[in-house]
Design a protein around this ligand. Sequence first.
Ligand code: ZN
Length: 265
Amino acid sequence: MIFIDGFTAIIIFLLGLSVGSFLNVLIYRLEIDKSVFKGRSFCSQCKTTLGWLDLIPVVSFVLIKGKCRYCKKPISWQYPIVELAVGFLFFIIANFFFVDESIMSLAQTIYLWIASSLLVVIFVYDFKHLEVPDILVVLGVGVTLIASFFGKITLSGGILQALLGTLICAGFFFALVVISRERWMGWGDVKLGLFLGLLLGWQKVLVAMFLAFFIGAICGIILIMVKKKGMKSQMPFGPFLVISTFIAIFFSAQLINWYLNILYL
Ligand SMILES: [Zn+2]
């Protein structure tokens, strides 16, 4: 269902596209260990400084047919995919949470825009490099702790539920890492667990954890069947956690009700 009007929706989608474009820069700078705010954007292949024509989200990628205008080397699909994903996320979040146009729901929407931006970067980085950069977790935990003190801005339901969520999520992953000596799960998942527990609170984070294992298992089986991965090859768990967190952000109430209904039928 769509609650916000068409004009607002378009503005929010365009805002999401631009943020997505910035996040691509952030991912690239994290990869080469450069400051985000230093210097202009340039082609990662030929290092030519890009003009504004090259920097319009999605549009530039289509216009230049996925190739650098200067050196003709292909540009990664990551760029338009991240931009579009963040555009849609910003729209869906506003549609779900900016419901009564109060200051509180505006604050919640902006908080979730920031949190989901960090989650998108974590998704891409862990997917590509099997690693979750500390700075992203520090930012996520910091913003969420501050927001938790204002009650209804995060989704945890309060600071105690948030801290319990972190204890359960990061604690469980910590145990798995120690028991399996990093074979089942990595330290990046423990770090991510700190952020997700605070963001979702203990009830919703349990939903997200369950979903992540479920989706991860299905993808693992499919990948083994099509022989893309062997039984022992490493697969990042962070992307599954991020997808599950998004499902929990939007649908955890329905999922919990559905589950309780099955239990008590
Ligand atoms: Zn180039």
